[in-house]
Write a protein that binds this ligand. Structure first.
Ligand SMILES: NC(=O)c1ccc[n+]([C@@H]2O[C@H](COP(=O)([O-])OP(=O)(O)OC[C@H]3O[C@@H](n4cnc5c(N)ncnc54)[C@H](O)[C@@H]3O)[C@@H](O)[C@H]2O)c1
Length: 366
């Protein structure tokens, strides 16, 4: 395999996130080239391949792993498949980029980290909030003392629910919006505060709007209490109308900052006729709307994929790792346990034999 030039990439999946990965690599053509895509539904991978001029198409990802020139594989398949895919990719001698959340259980997280270490492959955790320019600016300002001693970091992400059926099926997703978007907020506050030790997790959740389609939760509030005294507050919803909303707030004893990723960057627009596209999951473009521009770049997704390619070439040190994903996984488990039991959960929290995180909400441990 070449150890210079563009990193050759294979993508598993051809849905929503696969398109984002393919476009992200296109935005940084000097770093990487997508040479293959694998997805089981006939026709879907071909469609993505045509859109991004990808030369090789497979319906079974294991066949793609036999393609010798591929050096890095990105996983954009449903959550319950992440662990097995990571094991297969690492054993095939390729580096792994795994979409969030890392997996379903701590046992899976350990296995993913172990197999990549043993095979000498990188396990890169696709958490784009570590690369979001507006949020990076807030972190840089915090590092310069802008807010004094930071005592509270909030992150929230809200829309009216996911685009694909498997997200609503807790057997495949592992849980509802806490699993799907809480993983972003939990990772964000940890990263923003420079990865302090966590003391406790307290979480409230419910299914307020989407009872007919899921057993999973569609609205959550989660408090993280760190040993250094700082707090994280994560707020997520699949029940919020009006398209994607993503924002942070940072409070310190000397200052504060608020960053609204979408509406805060958008064109404030009124249209009788509507137009093409406003923002992820927006139901309409008629009336008042907030069309974003450079959506992927504003989220940091191309920067994230370019970083992963540079890590494969040894040009950069990995800043979003399998260990970060494992840490998040433990907090997800603790949050479901807290919501199920009605109690604060003290860390570390390492339950064994839990099949999927949401089970701890349905049947909390005594
Ligand atoms: N970072 C982010 O902000 C972000 C956003 C959306 C999704 N995601 C994550 O990306 C992953 C995929 O989500 P999505 O929104 O693209 O879902 P999706 O339903 O749009 O796409 C899933 C893809 O996986 C494929 N797939 C299913 N079973 C497979 C198998 N056995 N082998 C190979 N491919 C298989 C499907 O055919 C489909 O192409 C999830 O883990 C999700 O949490 C991350």
């Amino acid at each position: 395999m070449a150890n210079k030039g563009k990193v050759k990439v294979g993508i598993i999946g051809s849905g929503f996130e696969a398109d984002i990965h393919a476009e992200s690599f296109h935005i940084y053509p000097a770093e990487a080239e997508v040479v293959a895509v694998a997805s089981p539904t006939p026709g879907n991978a071909e469609k993505l391949a045509r859109k991004y001029s990808i030369s090789n198409v497979y319906t079974d990802y294991r066949q793609m792993l036999a393609q010798k020139d591929i050096e890095m594989v990105t996983i954009t398949a449903p959550n319950y498949l992440h662990c097995q895919m990571t094991v297969d990719i690492a054993r095939a001698g390729k580096h792994v980029v795994c979409e969030k959340p890392l997996c379903m259980t701590l046992e899976e997280a350990d296995e993913m980290i172990d197999v990549c270490q043993r095979q000498g492959m990188l396990l890169m955790y696709a958490e784009e909030l570590f690369f979001t320019p507006k949020y990076l600016k807030a972190k840089e300002m915090a590092g310069q003392g802008a807010f004094g001693k930071v005592y509270l970091v909030k992150q929230s992400e809200k829309h009216f629910g996911p685009h694909a059926a498997w997200f609503w099926d807790v057997e495949k997703s592992g849980g509802g919006v806490y699993m799907d978007m809480g993983c972003h907020g939990v990772a964000f506050v940890y990263w923003f505060l420079d990865r302090p030790r966590l003391k406790s997790v307290t979480c409230q959740m419910g299914t307020y709007v989407h009872n007919a389609v899921t057993r999973g939760e569609d609205n959550i509030l989660c408090i993280l209490e760190f040993e250094n005294g700082a707090l994280g507050l994560v707020e997520d919803s699949w029940a919020r109308r009006g398209g994607m909303d993503d924002r942070i707030e940072v409070y310190g004893d000397q200052g504060v900052t608020y960053a609204n990723l979408h509406m805060g960057n958008a064109l404030q627009t009124y249209s009788e006729n509507g137009y093409g596209y406003a923002v992820e999951k927006a139901p309409s473009t008629q009336g008042w709307s907030y069309p974003v521009f450079d959506e992927l770049w504003n989220y940091g997704l191309p920067q994230e994929m370019a970083h992963f390619a540079r890590c494969v070439r040894g040009k950069e040190q990995l800043i979003a790792s399998g260990e970060d994903g494992r840490w998040v996984q433990e907090v997800l488990l603790a949050g479901y346990q807290s919501a199920g039991s009605g109690c604060k959960v003290h860390m570390p929290f390492r339950p064994s034999g839990v099949k999927k995180p949401v089970d701890l909400w349905f049947n909390p441990l005594p």
